[in-house]
Design a protein around this ligand. Structure first.
Ligand code: PLP
Length: 377
């Protein structure tokens, strides 16, 4: 099997599974209980919070991490936990994953003043339009780090600088899922208040996420219960999951540079091969500025869905539409970048991990070549 859908999810590392199993079997105590064994687990979780903050280049002494069930939950907590003043304005990039976009729509439906920041042709946030939208009433801005469909990387420092010119004390939330441990991030430099991450995109397990919270950022809980995670996320703490999440983050982060070089080589190789093959107007949406991990391609005049199924029959798994959204309705991201309906219909997404190889790309190219020859025969 050739797995080219790593933006949807990744294969867990062996050591992640081992860590989860061992902690789950041996250290199954509730970390919030009062006996010493539980206290030790709670202390370990505290150390791991600091390690996550450190990976993000936050302040380990004063910033915080809240563990959640997913980046979807982290995004919900960041948004619904911050947005409660109907007099203020809330800005969201239009290219957001449904885990943010649908929260924005929910706020809008409830009567909040929600505005969407358009994208540029290259898939990044339109910085000038953001500038136009900003004023002193804006209290919350949410833009992702790396787009899950195109790999477009937003310039977060530039975004924060634009916000700060006009909107004082504005909370800046970033959905960091597709960049975390793959592209360096400095939450302190970009003055990010809230940063969402997910374990299963970095070879961790599904059902594990976290939200980074910078010092002084006010947040209300959206889940009510026993008051775990500083009252922000009630529910028995998933100790084995958190320890395994850190294992995934540590391993991926240690190899960040090496993986980036490897995946960039794969991306360049894929592009070269596609250019050679380009008999049927294959468009490479993701340019050189994009994350090498995510490559959006358009096969003009073809249907991405059909190509995906053909590749599936050859043992190659690729993505179409949004990474992990279960119901797909059009493609808001590509549409906003200026692609027409037909082009969007012909889109597929190849997303790499450092485990992929040039040989797999060769096989993919051979299959695509066959497919295009057959449909045009
Ligand atoms: N945000 C982005 C950018 C994503 O790509 C995804 C999943 O594809 C999510 C959020 C949701 O993450 P999770 O599956 O942890 O809820």
């Amino acid at each position: 099997m050739v797995y080219f859908d790593n933006a949807a999810t990744t294969k867990p590392y062996e050591e992640v599974l081992k860590t989860f199993n061992e902690c789950g079997a041996d250290e199954y105590f509730n970390p919030s209980a009062s006996y010493s064994l539980s206290f030790n687990l709670y202390k370990k979780i505290g150390d791991i919070r600091k390690k996550f903050i450190s990976i993000l280049n936050g302040d380990v002494e004063s910033d915080n991490i809240v563990f959640t069930s997913s980046a979807t939950e982290s995004n919900n907590l960041a948004i619904f936990g911050s947005c409660f003043n109907k007099e203020k304005k809330y800005l969201f990039s239009v290219g957001e994953h449904p885990a943010v976009y649908n929260c924005a729509m929910e706020l809008k439906n409830k009567g909040y003043k929600v505005f969407f920041i358009p994208l540029q042709k290259n898939g990044q946030v339109d910085y000038d339009k953001l500038d136009n939208l900003c004023d002193n009433d804006v209290c919350f801005v949410s833009t992702m780090f790396v787009n899950n469909e195109t790999g477009a990387i937003n310039d977060l420092i530039r975004i924060r600088n634009i916000i700060d010119k006009k909107a004082k004390n504005c909370v800046f939330h970033v959905d960091g899922v597709q960049g975390f441990c793959k592209i360096p991030i400095d939450v302190t430099e970009a003055r990010i208040n809230l940063f969402s991450i997910s374990a299963h995109k970095i070879h961790g397990l599904k059902g594990l996420g976290a939200l980074y919270i910078s010092k002084g950022t006010k947040l209300k809980n959206i889940i009510f219960g026993g008051g775990q995670e500083f009252g922000l996320r009630s529910g028995t703490i998933n100790y084995p999951g958190i320890i395994s999440f850190y294992k995934a983050a540590q391993t991926t982060c240690e190899n960040m540079k090496k993986n980036f070089v490897k995946v960039t080589n794969l991306k360049n190789y894929l592009r070269e091969q596609l250019v050679k093959l380009n008999k049927n107007k294959i468009r490479i949406v993701s340019d050189n500025e994009c994350s090498p991990y995510i490559n959006s391609l358009i096969f003009e005049g073809n249907r991405g869905e059909t190509i995906m199924r053909f590749l599936d029959s050859k043992g190659i798994l690729v993505g179409t539409g949004s990474a992990c959204s279960s119901s797909k309705v059009g493609n808001r991201v590509l549409e906003n970048m200026g692609f027409n309906k037909n082009q969007i219909l012909g889109s597929i997404r190849i997303s790499f991990s450092a485990d992929n190889t040039k040989g797999e790309i060769d096989y993919f190219i051979t299959c695509i070549d066959d497919y295009l020859k057959n449909i045009n025969a």
